[in-house]
Write a protein that binds this ligand. Structure first.
Ligand code: FAD
Ligand code: NAD
Length: 467
């Protein structure tokens, strides 16, 4: 029987990063993945393929609606080859997952393909089509991620009533896509299909989209996506989803308690994801999960069984790839005797629509709820020379800082490339910068980043220069 210092179950961004860091720190490491390709949800059916389709559909939309204003004229009709777009996405995924194979080899990590399950706290069985084997591991890291969740009355048929996984590999563009859930997945994939010509209706239970982000971002994104033709139905409680041949009918109650129906040809169910531990046989190792199915961990991400740790989507907290990665590194370093730390308040959140939406720290709603006195500075993208040059004038940067100390407490952005811009805010907050610190730093001109400086000037004492 092969014996390891560490066995990682699951090869998503949590698992493969944990394995690499363990190997870097000199531990004999194995990784177990039930699918044929490594990389988990993120690389195979999540972050990477969704961004590939967002980028491709963005180019299409630019060609259709914005080239002309730049003086670019295309003779004849612009044609969409959807199959090629999906094939390109597949190629991007393949390249990326192969990159993980390379990294496993480079770091001398033993890769097992098969379903991992605990035999006891130090032995893991791996079942694949052609063999069953057992390995021994001093420490294990559960990194089994998550799966799409649904509502009790919905039967996902994977053809017309679908999750993000199927939505990333459709063979035709829906005529009318009904999206249940105006969160990250619903808006990113809803925008992809709107750009490609589908009618898109987003049915959301809460009174705003992206409800966990700052309210100003929900408002701005909805305003822009409405202009792009997406229809929104807020405060709607879905009660039934039925399929009749090629038609899907969604029934919901609106805020006035009236019953409304939506008829379309596809329904994307994007109401969140659930932690995934099916088949892992946690009970054989004695590992506890809570009522939501999350593996329970302490501050060191250690489960109730001292040699077993858990990271990523399968435990509490934001279901984000970069959060899973930080946790993978943290556990590896703890096992090596180091004292790492994660500041969960500074894990940024991004929605990759266009304009992008990015956030870090506290929202205005949270500060109000916590009774913190704060100052707010805001700067509109439309006032930037860079935005006018590219034609990306929607959005803003908003900075919230402590009313007494001026320390930055939250930064919320909507606009072009803010997914990349948010890192400036993370860096500043990690060093506990004040709004005035940011306001006094030189920002290259012309850049979108100037909006950060201007919002900081506005937060400091309303002395923004360009608005
Ligand atoms: P996962 O990536 O889910 O990986 C878990 C792995 O464990 C899987 O490969 C699974 O097959 C394997 N596994 C499970 N059980 C077993 C077992 N018993 N034996 C062997 N293997 C097992 N996050 C972002 O930060 N940015 C984004 O842009 C983004 N976009 C997304 C888009 C979509 C459409 C979706 C669905 C998600 C997106 N996410 C994004 C979320 C991100 O994918 C997850 O937060 C991230 O993948 C979690 O990583 P993980 O390692 O915890 O788990
Ligand atoms: P989500 O939590 O972002 O959004 C779910 C939405 O569905 C919420 O707005 C919620 O109010 C709504 N909802 C819940 N029940 C409903 C009901 N009965 N009727 C109508 N609406 C209902 O979840 P998601 O969009 O499915 O994404 C799942 C996870 O994947 C998220 O945690 C997210 O962090 C991650 N993800 C991240 C990215 C990114 O970082 N860009 C992209 C995609 C997915």
């Amino acid at each position: 029987m092969s014996s390891y210092d560490v066995a990682v179950i699951g090869s998503g961004p949590g698992g493969y990063v944990a394995a690499i860091r363990c190997a870097q720190l000199g531990m004999k490491t194995a990784i177990i993945e039930k699918y044929n390709t490594l990389g988990g949800t993120c690389l195979n059916v999540g972050c990477i393929p969704s961004k590939a389709l967002l980028d491709s559909s963005h180019h299409y939309e630019e060609a259709l609606h914005h080239f002309e204003e730049h003086g670019i004229e295309i003779p004849g009709d612009i044609k969409l080859n959807f199959q090629k777009m999906i094939e390109r996405k597949g190629a991007v995924v393949e390249q990326t997952t192969k990159g993980i194979d390379f990294l496993m080899g480079k770091n001398k990590i033993e890769v097992y393909h098969g379903m991992g399950s605990f035999k006891d706290a130090t032995h893991i069985e791996i079942a694949s089509d052609d063999k069953n084997e057992t390995i021994e591991a001093k420490y294990s890291i559960i990194a089994t991620g998550s799966k799409p969740s649904t509502l009790p009355f919905i039967k996902i048929d994977k053809e017309r009533i679908i999750t993000s996984t199927e939505a990333l590999s459709l063979t035709e563009i829906p005529k009318h896509l009904i999206v249940i859930g105006g969160g990250v997945i619903g808006l990113e994939l809803g925008q992809v299909y709107r750009r490609l010509g589908a009618e898109v209706s987003v049915v959301e239970y809460m009174d705003r989209i992206i409800p966990t982000m700052d309210g100003s971002q929900s408002k701005e994104l909805m305003k822009v996506m409405k202009k792009q033709g997406v229809k929104f139905y807020l405060s709607h409680k879905v009660s039934a989803v039925e399929r009749n041949g090629k038609e899907v009918v969604v029934t919901a109650k609106n805020a006035k308690d009236e019953t409304v129906t939506f008829e379309g040809d596809y329904c994307l169910v994007s109401v969140g994801r659930r932690p995934y531990t099916d088949g892992l046989k946690l009970e054989r190792a004695g590992v506890k999960a809570n009522e939501r199915g999350q593996v329970e961990v302490n501050d060191h991400l250690q489960t109730n069984i001292s040699n077993i740790y858990a990271i990523g989507d399968v435990i509490r907290g934001a279901m984000l790839a970069h959060k899973a990665e930080e946790e993978g590194v943290l556990v590896a370093e703890i096992l090596a005797g180091q004292k790492p730390h994660i500041n969960y308040n500074l894990i940024p959140g991004v929605v990759y629509t266009w304009p992008e939406v990015a956030s870090v720290g506290k929202t205005e709603e949270q500060l109000k709820e916590e009774g913190v006195s704060y100052k707010m500075g805001q700067f509109p993208m439309r006032a930037l020379g860079r935005s006018r040059a590219s034609g990306d004038t929607d959005g803003f940067v908003k900075i919230l800082s402590d009313a007494n100390t001026d320390e930055i407490l939250g930064v919320h952005m909507v606009g072009a490339r803010v997914a990349d811009l948010i890192t400036e805010a993370v860096t500043a907050m990690e060093f506990r910068a004040s709004a005035e610190d940011l306001a006094r730093m030189s920002h290259a001109h012309p850049t979108y980043a100037e909006a950060v400086k201007e919002a900081a000037l506005d937060a400091t004492d309303k002395r923004s220069i360009h608005s």
